[in-house]
Design a protein around this ligand. Structure first.
Ligand SMILES: *[C@@H]1O[C@H](CO)[C@@H](O)[C@H](O)[C@H]1NC(C)=O
Ligand SMILES: *[C@@H]1O[C@H](CO)[C@@H](O)[C@H](O)[C@H]1NC(C)=O
Length: 304
């Protein structure tokens, strides 16, 4: 249950910003990803190919056995852990891997340049740019810093794999889509293959029906309106890099998935998506760690 406690803590710490991903705190939960195992064979499926638009969020704190439920599901084809180090938490013959650029205070990542070509050779088809640079508790970069990171670590791979924009929150003010616009305007010569957005709202603010309506509006109207104003974004598909109705009960989260996932799959403008927090207890796995929740079952299309 630690992840829900964690979410609540973040929610309180960041008033006015709705988007609080449970895969947060890359320093604590994600940077402990273990070393790349030798002899990795990465599967060929690209994110967004066929029905397999779904990704699993995981970290070294996840129980890797849980990903086994999804092996063979044509819906779940890749994983990501907020890091460039894949780790061995999820099966590497079924799941493709999408690395995420994280940088130190000097805006450097000492292993990205060496690791990404190996991942691409192994089947990686997409790269995630900075994770919530508009969130003080996540990548926390100014738009200008975020541009430096993009130009240094993402842009060199344009034309080789699919590149996401920095994944912004659905926060208001200078965060969210406003941040994305600031970044886009500063990032001279930058090119992207998909717009990466996160969408978190707390259950205390809306119910499942309302959340689905809000997310549909965001994907169909709000994000395209921003895209239409910037040549470098026009016509790009959208990735929903992380989303959740934070604090929803297990049954509510199951209802949310049942209704939302088919819509996301059928929406040609949605390239791929990842529900948060994926392979964590209280989210896709029940609190006792003994089986999948209704949401976890729906995610793999594993229901009766
Ligand atoms: C990685 O490559 C980029 C682009 O060539 C370069 O600007 C950057 O300094 C390199 N970073 C490291 C840590 O080697
Ligand atoms: C959510 O709230 C709206 C507005 O109060 C209501 O019409 C709707 O039935 C609710 N949906 C659910 C699933 O409770």
């Amino acid at each position: 249950m630690h992840s829900f406690t964690f979410l609540l803590t973040l929610g309180l710490a960041l008033p006015g910003v709705h988007s609080i991903p449970s895969e947060s705190s890359s320093t604590d939960r994600l940077s402990a990803a273990r070393a790349l195992p030798s002899g990795d064979l990465y599967p060929p499926q690209p994110p967004g190919g066929g029905p397999g638009k779904r990704g699993l969020l995981y970290s070294s704190e996840s129980n890797p056995d849980w990903s086994d439920f999804y092996i063979g599901s044509s819906y779940v084809t890749y994983g990501s852990n907020g890091d460039v180090v894949r780790g061995d938490e999820i099966d590497n013959t079924w799941f493709s891997f999408v690395p995420t650029i994280v940088v130190d205070a000097q805006l450097e990542n000492s292993i990205w340049n060496d690791t990404v070509p190996i991942l691409i050779e192994g089947g990686t088809k997409a790269l995630f740019a900075s994770n919530e640079p508009d969130n003080p508790l996540e990548a926390n970069l100014t738009p200008s810093q975020c541009v430096t990171v993009y130009q240094r670590y993402m842009q060199p791979y344009h034309g080789t794999v699919q590149l996401g924009t920095p994944a912004v929150t659905n926060g208001g003010g200078l965060a969210g889509l406003t941040y994305l616009e600031d970044f886009i305007q500063l990032c001279a010569g930058c090119a992207y293959n998909f717009v990466n957005i996160h969408f978190f709202i707390d259950r205390s603010e809306m119910n499942v029906t309302q959340y689905i309506q809000a997310l549909k509006l965001y994907i169909d109207v709000n994000v395209p309106a921003i895209q239409a104003q910037h040549d470098s974004l026009t016509g790009l598909p959208i990735a929903v890099g992380a989303f959740w109705l934070t604090g929803a009960s297990e049954d509510e989260a199951g209802d949310l998935m049942d209704e939302l996932l088919p819509w996301l799959d059928d929406n040609d403008n949605v390239l791929f998506y990842q529900a948060a927090g994926g392979l964590f207890e209280g989210e896709f796995v029940n609190a006792a760690g003994t089986g999948l929740t209704p949401a976890g079952t729906a995610y793999g299309n594993l229901g009766p």
